[in-house]
Design a binder for this molecule. Structure first.
Ligand SMILES: Cc1cc2nc3c(=O)[nH]c(=O)nc-3n(C[C@H](O)[C@H](O)[C@H](O)COP(=O)(O)OP(=O)(O)OC[C@H]3O[C@@H](n4cnc5c(N)ncnc54)[C@H](O)[C@@H]3O)c2cc1C
Length: 467
């Protein structure tokens, strides 16, 4: 039996949230005043993939650096918490192909062109590639399996070059994924919508996003003090008890609900093992740790979660003195170019709050799905390769005055064809009183994680047993 959200006369439900990433913190914030909430976090800080730290005295994000402003969740929440929002000074990116930086055509729908002129001007596609893309307008409707990969569908309509030079690099930048492996429906629902008609070019044009605030409004925004400060502000505002350095190592059913056990944490003096009792548990975790906790109490859900593949990525931050960066906000590198670097952001050019006289801050990323072994080399070597490839692409030959490497192992879930079935299987087989939220299931972007947290907070309250 479940109870509605308000429980007049009844004690407040105890809800334990495992994981203090943006999802767990947003769920705690949503539950504030409606439940006694305890957030249990393995590491010594909140935020998960939202982490900011100083390099050469400048606060630069180590993980996520921005959020989509077209959907309201993140922008509104950050503003509600009093965070100062910043829009990028430029979003004009390039693609490094054949040893040249060529402009990424403006106005694509995740790489699928919606306007002809920018594609012609960029010279990113060869004449044959352009002609093949245009054939979409006359080709008969493509017969699709129920959930095709993004790459197979786009290649069928527009040819391989559009996949390799536009769609795949963009998917690599956002999801660390490969176009030929990612589900069209789960990864890029707007493209799936565009695929309903016969022509993808016509469908994509109709789906072209119009920014929420009207044309001219930024598509992305970030927080001036860094996204780590957004996470910290959210943690404080939620008012939950947050236990840091307490990795949850087991969960078991009790008469009242659930009991979590923690291992010894990695705090300065280690942390004691704890037991946390709760009516309902929210797992705001990536697939692998969620699967480990569910193994004994929900083996089917655990197996389904374990089957979601993850990509590992590394972010190198370099600071250069007195160099001239190429125009724009950065560049993407197609996998076909055989480089380790998959993209670079000219952070101090893109974000006005990171600009300092004489200094250029750059973030280079590496790591695509299936390439985990390419990151398995010492930090110095990885930094060296990324700096050298950055130099080759941009002509910036100076040595950086500061460099830092952040590794994100098993960071980004890959929604393969059939992902919706996996999600359904996980949800159906969760035991009563356990709910799941976060990037593993319903979207990897920060707004999607906040949306998932809100939905889960409601589910958690609904799952509270009557005592
Ligand atoms: C390098 C990088 C760049 C990105 N850039 C962007 C971007 O610019 N914009 C964007 O929208 N998205 C971006 N993303 C994606 C986005 O940041 C993530 O999908 C999102 O932050 C995931 O949040 P989460 O709370 O679901 O999970 P996480 O951030 O992974 O949080 C999970 C938390 O659970 C904790 N935990 C794990 N196991 C246990 C355990 N057993 N017990 C207790 N705690 C545990 C972890 O320590 C962590 O703090 C990026 C991701 C990466 C890796």
């Amino acid at each position: 039996m479940t109870v509605p959200v308000d429980r007049p006369g009844l004690p407040r439900p105890r809800i334990a949230i495992v994981g203090a990433g943006i999802t767990g913190l947003a769920a705690a914030y949503e539950l504030a005043g409606r439940a006694d909430v305890t957030v249990v976090e393995a590491t010594g800080e909140v935020g998960g993939k939202l982490r900011t730290s100083a390099i050469e005295g400048i606060d630069v994000d180590e993980g996520a650096e921005l959020f989509l402003a077209r959907t309201p969740e993140a922008v509104e929440l950050a503003a509600e918490l009093g965070c100062r929002l910043v829009a990028p000074a430029t979003t004009a990116a390039s693609v490094w192909v054949g040893g040249k930086l060529r402009p990424l055509p403006a106005g694509t729908l995740l790489g699928v062109p919606t306007r002809v002129v920018p594609v012609l001007r960029s010279r990113l596609l060869s004449p044959a590639g352009l002609a093949r893309a245009g054939a979409d307008l006359v080709l008969p409707r493509t017969r699709l399996p129920a959930d095709p990969s993004v790459g197979s569908y786009v290649a069928a309509r527009l040819g391989r070059q559009v996949v390799d030079r536009l769609v795949d690099p963009l998917l690599g930048g956002v999801y660390a994924g490969r176009a030929d492996e990612l589900s069209l429906h789960a990864t890029v629902p707007q493209l799936a919508e565009a695929a309903r008609g016969r022509s993808l070019l016509v469908g994509a044009r109709a789906q072209r996003p119009s920014p929420a605030g009207g044309f001219g409004a930024p598509i992305f925004q970030t927080v001036e003090q860094g996204l780590g400060s957004f996470a910290s502000a959210l943690g404080r505002a939620g008012g939950a008890r947050i236990l840091l350095n307490h990795p949850v190592t087991g969960m078991e059913r009790t008469e009242q609900g659930w009991r979590l056990r923690t291992g010894t944490g990695r705090g300065p003096r280690g942390t004691a093992q704890l037991v946390v009792d709760a009516d309902v548990v929210v797992l705001a975790l990536p697939g692998a740790p969620a699967s480990r906790l569910l193994r004994s109490c929900a083996p089917r859900a655990a197996a389904a979660l374990a089957a979601i593949p993850y990509a590992s990525v590394a972010v190198a931050t370099f600071v250069y003195r007195d160099v001239a960066l190429p125009a724009g906000s950065g560049f993407l590198v197609p996998a076909t170019q055989g480089r380790l670097i998959k993209g670079a952001t000219f952070a101090s050019r893109k974000w006005p709050h990171l600009a300092r006289p004489g200094l250029s801050v750059v973030r280079c990323s590496a790591g695509r799905s299936g390439e985990a072994e390419s990151l398995q080399r010492p930090d110095r070597e990885l930094l060296g390769v990324l700096a050298a490839e950055f130099a080759e692409a941009t002509g910036v030959l100076a040595r950086p005055v500061a460099a830092r490497l952040t590794r994100w192992g098993g960071a980004l879930p890959q929604y393969r064809p059939g992902h919706a079935d996996v999600v359904a299987a996980v949800r159906e087989s969760l035991p009563r009183g356990v709910v799941l939220a976060g990037a593993a299931l319903d979207g990897v972007g920060i707004p999607a994680c906040i949306r998932s947290a809100r939905r889960t907070a409601g589910e958690a309250l609904d799952a509270v047993p009557v005592r």
